[in-house]
Ligand binder design. Sequence first.
Ligand code: FEO
Ligand code: CA
Ligand code: CA
Length: 668
Amino acid sequence: MTDPRSPAHDDDVSPFRTSLLEEADGAGSNPTANPTMGELISIRFSRRGLLKGSLAVSAIASTVSPLALLTAEKAKAASGSAFTFTEVEAGVDPKHHVAEGYDADVLLRWGDALFADSPEFDPKNQSAEAQRRQFGYNNDYVGFIPLNGSAEHGLLVVNHEYTNEHLMFPGIVSVAEGKLKVAPADQKRVDIEMAAHGGTIVEIRKVDGKWQVVRDGKLNRRITSTTPMVLSGPVAGHDRVKTKDDTAGTRVIGTLNNCAGGVTPWGTYVMAEENFHGYFLGKLPEGHKEAANYKRYGVPEGAYEWGNFYERFDLSKEPNEPNRFGWIVEVDVNDPNSVPKKRTALGRFKHEGAESIVAKDGRVVFYLGDDERFDYVYKFVTAGRFNPNDRAANMDLLDEGTLHVAKFEADGSLTWMPLVFGQGPLTAANGFESQADVLIETRRASDLLGATKMDRPEDVQPNGVNGKVYVMLTNNTRRKDDQIDAANPRAKNAFGHIIEIAEADGDFAATKGRWEVLLKCGDPSVASVGASFSTDTTKNGWFGMPDNCAVDSAGRLWVATDGNNPKETGRTDGLWAVDVEGEARATSKLFFRVPVGAELCGPLFTPDDRTAFVAVQHPGDGGTDWAPFGRPSYYEDLSTRWPDFRDDMPVRPAVVVITKQDGGKIGA
Ligand code: FEO
Ligand code: CA
Ligand code: CA
C-alpha cells in the first residue's frame, strides 16, 4: 500500500496538500448529469440567433448581460482605477513584498505565545500542550471584531486550516530520487497536529501606529480539533450523527480543516470546515447505509493518521463520525468558555467561507462555496431578522433559515433554489426523510435540483457598497469541452475566474438575480489562455487561481490567490487589487506577494481601511519548481526560512499586518 501521505506521486508539494488538491482539484465527486452547457450554450446560441450580425457574436462570446451595459454607462461618469498605489513587481523569492510606501510587518507566527503562561516556541521540543497555548499552523481566514467600536483595538480571529508535517517537524523526512518521504506519525505527533488545527482568538491593539498582540487578553482563546462543541439546528440529535461516545447525537469533539470563514453582523466568529474527508481512514462495515453519502464527499481520504490513534476517525469503528464534520461552526468570542456550535442549517459540504450581509428586511444572508470541482455555490438566508440593538437576540439566528443552491442560467439570470425537505425532489422517494437528511447530504440534494456545476467555488463575498456579490472560482482542469457552460466558460480551466452577481432589486435575500463573468484569469498575453483582464493590466497585474477575497469599506475588491508558482505563472501568490467599476473594470494590480511556496489567505481590512491583515499560508512548501533552489523543501532543507530567517528556526506560517507609512488608507 502506498502511504497516502507520501508525496512520491507528485513533486515536492506537501503530502497532505497534494492529496487534498488531487481531490479538490481532482475529478470531483459529482456524478450527476446536471446541464453542463454544451446544452446551455446551444440554448443561448439559438436565443441569440435572433439577433443579427456581429452584435450577436460578440454578445455570446463575452457573455454580455445587462449588468455590463450598466457598467458601460457608469464608465462614462468614472475614469481610471480606484487604486493609486505603485504596483509590486511579480516574481518569486524567499521574502514577502508590499507596494512602495507601505509596511508589511509580521504580527503572529505559528508557535507565538497567546497567553501570559504560554511556553516560548521551541520547534525541536514541540508538544500538544504547548501548541494549545500558541498560535496554530497554516493561518487561513482572518477576521477582526472591534472592541468598544474601535478600529485600532479588537479581536483578531484566525483559522488554522491544516498541518504540513514535512515543514513542521524535524527528523521525519527522508529524500530519495528527489522525492520526500514522511515517516509514519506517532501519537505525540498526531496530538500536536490536532492542537495546531482549529482557530485563534486574540486581542490586538495599535500602539504608536504599530499593531501589537495583547498576550494576556482576557478573551484570547485557542480552538482545536479536541475542543468540545455542540451540534445545533435541524441535524442535532438525528440518528445519523449518533456515535458510541455521543448517543444523543449532539456533542462533537473538535473542528478541522477550517478554511475561510466570517464574522457575523452580531460579532461572532464563523469557521468553515472544508476538506474533512482527509481526516478519516478505515472501511465502513459492509453494506453500511452511509456508503453513497460518503462517496459523494470523498470520505475516507486517509491523508491524516489520526484514526490510528483515535477510533472516531476510523470508519470501521465509528461509521457516523464523518457526518459530524463539514459544517459551519459559530463561536461566541465574548466568552472564552463558550461552547462552539456547529450550525447544521447551513448545510454539510466542503465549506470554504461564510461571509454575510444584512438584507433590506433585516434577514441575514450568508454566501457559501463548496470547494470541489463541479460542486456548487450556496446562500443561507436566516428566518429571523438581525437586531442591531440586542446581541443576545441574534445568537441563534443561524439555526433557522433556508439554504439555497445556485443555478446560473445561460441567459445571465440566476435562480437560488431552496433546499427544503418535501419540496421538489427532496422527498422520501429520493431517500430524504427529513430536513436533517437534506442537510447531511446537501450535495446530493443539490444534484437533484439541477444546480450548476462550478469550477471549485472558494470565497463568495457580498459587497454592501455596490450591492454585488463576487464568486471566486479557483480552477478546474478537468472540465471538458462538452462541459463548458456560460458560468464556467473554459475547458481545462487552469487559472479560474470570478463571477459577479447582482441580486434582484438589490436585495441580498432575493431568490433571483443576474450574473456575469467579471474576469477570466491567467496570462492575458497568451491568447490560448483566454484571460480577460483589461488592457491596462500590466505583466505584474494578472493572476491565476483566485481563492480568498475582501471588499474594503469603499467597496473595492481585493483578491488573494492560491496556486501561482514559478513553473505555471512565474510568480508567487499574492494580493491583487481589482477594479470592478467604470472604465477600469477588470484592471488588476499586484499589491503584496508571498514568499516562495506559500499561498495567500485572509485578506481583511479594518473598518477604517488603514490596516490590511493577510495570512501567509504554507510558506516554503515547494522548491523543486523554483530554479534557484531546485529541490524538495522540508524542515532540514528549506526553500525559505521566512519570516525569521534564522538557521535555528523553521519556516512559519504567519499573519502579516499592512499599513501605509503615512498612516493613510490602504491602496488609496
Ligand atoms: Fe482551503 Fe478551498 O481552500
Ligand atoms: Ca481557500
Ligand atoms: Ca486554498
